[in-house]
Design a protein around this ligand. Sequence first.
Ligand code: HMG
Ligand code: MG
Length: 300
Amino acid sequence: MSDSPSRKIRITEVGPRDGLQNEAKILSATDKIKLVDLLSACGVGEIEVSSFVSPRWIPQLDDADEVFAGITRNKNVIYSALVPNEQGMERALAAKAEKISVFTAASETFSQKNTNASIQETLSRFKPVIKLAKQSNLPVRAYISCVVACPYEGPIAPSTVRALASKLLDLGADEIDLGETIGVAVPTDIQALYEGLADLLEPYETTLHLHDTRGTALACALAALQLGVANFDTSCGGIGGCPYAPNSAGNLATEDLVYMCSNMGYQINIDMNALFAASRHVAAALDRSLPGRVFNANGA
Ligand code: HMG
Ligand code: MG
């Protein structure tokens, strides 16, 4: 699919998950529920509500069960969650998550640091998880972190990403989500990444998850749009980061992508004022300013 200015762009809002997992201040379940409910009114297609991971590894999200129980679901939104293993999958099913995201990495060191497992071990863990998901008719997204570079190993070859994406598809993943975990990519890296995937996945079949550590995320999103990518993960106000990827900043801000896409004529259908309200709530609850550029210009 080539780029067309009227093309539909789909956003997964990852603020409640990626956004809050790296914050020194842990929000109450009530504040998290309010955030998800505010985001539900924005027009995003999917909200990553939380993670059913080990509370020892991510204490910020140890109330995922309570948050899922408290949100008011909008039938036009998919409420998804991160799941690392079978134990997490049982919690996700009990919480009535509507889609799950398994996660691995294109770097052995990052995989160990983030999940205490080799890449191969993460794939073995996913087998029973994906089986349970299929039995419950839940779609499975599979994240690959470090698609351009690893905080410990440096640059990652596109062929490594391709090989891992192929294994995840063979395991039954419905969606491959490419995580530029540390925010080092420039547009030519995104082109090389998709060239590497060329005989496996079309750009529009993937989801791109950009972090904005060096201010290049929006430029990378534009390069991806021009290649035909239509699915992006973003976070309100630009919060985000992974505790196991030191010195990495937040996700590409939802407002920044929406501003660019809607003014370029892409179909994005997000209510910017509703989005600002969600980001204002996060800023107040975290008691800090947020990095998103459009939020600071028009919504803070
Ligand atoms: P482990 O310590 O090796 O696990 O962690 P274990 O199986 O040996 O179990 C140890 C203890 O954890 C046991 O408790 C288990 O019950 C408990 P104990 O008996 O000692 O009391 N446990 C759990 N509890 C609740 N829910 C669970 C669960 N699993 C085990 N699901 C594990 C292995 C994978 C669980 C751990 O490493 C983990 O949770 N890692 C998650 C780290 C994480 O969430 N990182 C951030 C998300 S990834 C990311 O941000 C990147 C992304 O945004 C894309 C990008 O930007 O690139 C997605
Ligand atoms: Mg991330």
